[in-house]
Write a protein that binds this ligand. Structure first.
Ligand code: ATR
Length: 269
């Protein structure tokens, strides 16, 4: 029998996840279906209840439901607890297992696909919303020193508070960045979606620096800025999207798909 999965979000119509998972399923000979489901903003718990009643095996969760998914899970992974958010649910009997594969997806994309070494590098994360929260701990655990800059300083401060004791994670305003430079600058703001650019000073990128925008499918103003400022490696978030999907797929199906052909296929679309 075909095992059913889905991605839940609002809006969800532009999601690339069904295509990615169907390629994974074909490649690994898994008999699954995977659809995009738009949940009403005030009806996430009901949507999950319906999926469970209909025998779905699990789902991905995207904006704006990752925190609700976290709360709904009856068991949570360490990664989910670190991010305070869940992007992968596994339905197992009476339990709803919640995990978060976003950070692992970013790390895999940077280290494996872009072949960029993270250990002992300095990173600047722009933004302190859900996207930033999901990748902070994984980057920190990979040995990266981190500054988080955000328009609203308090949100960045709240994110770094649990890690602050260790002394290599700091919260700043954009205007505090003048005169600093980084090996890695990750845009985790939503500015790429609206073709805006956070107010960044010149000189942010060290030699051979990586500029990464978590928005995918276009060269955002941030990536254009990074290119003009001399960043060497320029990446959008498509690799992260495919890698986080692969990790979710592996959790559900116990087989890890090869992401290279899928990423190449997605790029050629
Ligand atoms: P997501 O889940 O995608 O992270 P979010 O939680 O709404 O979405 O967070 C959006 C992030 O983009 C925030 O860090 C926001 O900054 P504020 O916390 O100060 O609002 C940031 N952002 C959005 N538009 C921005 C802009 N024009 N300039 C700078 N930062 C912006």
């Amino acid at each position: 029998m075909t095992d059913k999965y889905a991605v839940i979000g609002n809006p969800i119509n532009h999601s690339k996840s069904p295509l990615i998972h169907s390629m994974f399923a074909q490649q690994t000979n898994q008999d699954i279906s995977y659809e995009a489901i738009e949940s009403p903003l005030d009806g996430f718990a009901d949507t999950i209840a319906r999926l469970r009643a209909e025998g779905y095996k699990g789902c991905n969760v995207t904006v704006p439901f990752k925190f609700e998914a976290f709360k709904l899970a009856t068991q949570r992974s360490g990664r989910a607890n670190d991010a305070n958010a869940v992007n992968t649910l596994i339905f197992e009997g009476n339990e709803i297992l919640g995990d978060n594969t976003d950070g692992a997806g970013l790390l895999k994309d940077i280290e494996k696909n872009l072949k960029f070494e993270l250990y002992f590098k300095d990173a600047l994360i722009l933004g302190a919303g859900g996207a930033a929260a999901g990748v902070l701990s994984p980057l920190f655990n990979a040995g990266v020193g981190i500054i988080i800059a955000n328009r609203t300083l308090e949100k960045a401060q709240a994110l770094v508070a649990p890690l602050e004791e260790v002394g290599t994670v700091f919260a700043k305003r954009y205007e505090d960045l003048a005169g600093r430079s980084f090996d890695i600058v990750i845009n985790a703001t939503s500015t790429g979606l609206s073709d805006e650019l956070p107010p960044l000073p010149d000189g942010l990128f060290k030699r051979d620096a990586l500029a990464y925008d978590m928005v995918y499918g276009k060269e955002t103003p941030f990536l254009k800025f990074a290119r003009a400022q001399g960043a060497t490696v320029i990446a959008d978030g498509l690799g992260m999207l495919v890698e986080q999907a692969a990790t979710s797929f592996a959790l559900w199906r116990k087989v890890r798909p090869d992401t290279q052909p899928v990423l190449a296929a997605m790029r050629s679309l």
